[in-house]
Design a protein around this ligand. Structure first.
Ligand code: ZN
Length: 461
């Protein structure tokens, strides 16, 4: 069965178009994107500009439960590493029911905030004492169920984690729930592949970082993944902290990105998450590898990581996308705003991320973040084009921040001048309206279960 929507303005991969008819099939794929149409009575009309939904390319769902709880000074100089201590406390206590409750609420929030799919970088695998669950895919299935219940698209990225530092340092107690052998990881991937396929999710792999995966294991797990799915996405945390760069230099004589590019087959399947600290030649080589830079502006700001050099990355033709990572912020437009503002502060200039073809910054950023996010997701979520998923956001043309403006100005106002979710009218994922059609009872129950799960975790940590 075909479904259709008429939009007076829609942001296509090539730019803004007028009088666009969107048509999609029962499987949620766009079958027609036709500009310059005449509206007909039978086709429902959007009440504002239609923009592509943003793939969220980096998520650790459970971390939503302690968003806001690490915003106080505990040491003379708080750092990423002191944040990580609290994260480990939560990671070591969380139960399957709690994880599912937190992820279900988080994915509901994402859909309400303009994300239509999510890459879940999933590293808590085992029971609290570190022993595997009877069903080794227990926690992964909690995340798959959360995606299915809410209707958000998902790329599931089970994480390989083996060591606590460069050079094969043994894992520490706080990492006991993360650890898997390479064979064990490949068996998990084989178990998860049909489960993902059955619900339209994509399965990939995330070697956690060069700190956590020794060279031999990286080589072996990539070969095993290739046998399961040669086009599967591969995501890795790569250079988030200067301490990590220094440790990598001490271990190998190379910086992390440099080492990775010399020792792994990095290409378009790869997403380099937090490639924050790169040399000039690393920027050039990583961009030219075809990999996507996974940028998480709110988390990188929250953790004091540093600022990615977007102009340099773009000068080499680099692809990029956005993730909400630790979920201190769950808001697609706000990530765009923070990314642009970080660049302005760094470069003491304005409209840094406007492109040669799109002078409007919000338009240029949205198109690039959707393209890069789709590439990193390994799913057909690359915007309003035939064959892609019917994933989009309908803005509210009557919102005070938008009323009377042109469509490109409305998107700018949505990102820079509204409360950044308030101008969202409807969100569609896989051809179904999601943000308003999740039943109120479902949303209320998801919220209640999230609050209960957080309270339980706080009691036990
Ligand atoms: Zn991360």
């Amino acid at each position: 069965m075909n479904h259709a929507l008429f939009a007076h303005d829609a942001l296509l991969p090539t730019g803004w178009a007028r009088n666009v008819r969107l048509q999609w099939d029962g499987a949620g794929h766009l079958t027609q994107v036709q500009a310059d149409c005449t509206p007909d009575r039978a086709t429902p009309q959007a009440l504002g500009p239609v923009i592509p939904g943003l793939p969220n390319l980096h998520s650790h769902a459970f971390q939503r439960a302690f968003a806001g709880l690490t915003e106080y000074r505990a040491e003379a100089q708080d750092s990423f590493w002191s944040w990580r201590t609290l994260m480990y406390r939560f990671a070591n206590r969380i139960t399957p029911d709690q994880l599912e409750a937190i992820a279900t609420w988080l994915y509901t929030e994402m859909l309400q905030a303009g994300y239509t799919s999510v890459c879940e970088f999933h590293y808590v695998h085992h029971a609290e004492d570190g022993t595997p669950y009877a069903d080794d895919a227990t926690l992964a299935q909690c995340l798959l169920r959360a995606a299915k219940k809410t209707g958000i698209g998902q790329t599931l990225l089970p994480v390989l984690y083996q060591t606590s530092g460069f050079g094969g340092a043994a894992p520490v107690e706080g990492q006991r729930r993360f650890i898997r052998s390479t064979d064990n990881m490949l068996r998990l991937l084989e178990r998860l592949k049909p489960l993902c396929d059955a619900q339209g999710a994509r399965l990939g792999l995330a070697p956690h970082s060069l700190r956590a995966v020794p060279p031999d294991a990286l080589r072996e797990v990539l070969a095993g993944l290739h046998a399961i799915d040669p086009t599967a996405p591969v995501h890795i945390h790569i250079a988030e902290q200067t301490g990590e760069v220094d440790a990598c230099l001490a271990w190998s004589g190379q910086r992390p990105v440099e080492w990775l590019l010399d020792h792994a087959p990095v290409d378009q399947r790869w997403c380099l998450v937090h490639a924050t600290h790169m040399s000039c030649s690393e920027y050039q080589r990583a961009a030219q590898s075809g990999a996507v830079a996974g940028i998480c502006p709110s988390t990188e700001a929250n953790l004091g990581d540093g600022i990615f050099d977007m102009p340099r990355w773009l000068s080499h033709g680099g692809a990029w996308g956005l993730g909400s990572d630790s979920h201190a912020t769950v808001n697609a437009a706000e990530e765009l705003l923070m990314l642009e503002y970080g660049q302005r502060l760094q470069g003491r200039s304005r409209n840094v991320l406007a492109s040669a073809t799109h002078a409007q910054v919000a338009t240029a950023m949205t198109l690039q973040a959707v393209a890069g996010g789709a590439q990193a997701s390994g799913r057909a979520v690359a915007g309003l084009a035939v064959g892609q998923q019917a994933d989009w956001v309908e803005l509210d043309a009557q919102h005070l921040a938008l009323a009377g403006l042109s469509a490109p100005e409305m998107l700018s106002a949505h990102v820079f001048a509204s409360h950044r979710t308030s101008a969202i009218r409807r969100v569609w994922s896989s051809g179904l309206e999601r943000n308003n059609t999740l039943a109120p009872e479902f949303i209320a129950q998801a919220a209640t279960e999230f609050v209960a799960a957080r309270a339980q975790l706080l009691e036990t940590t």
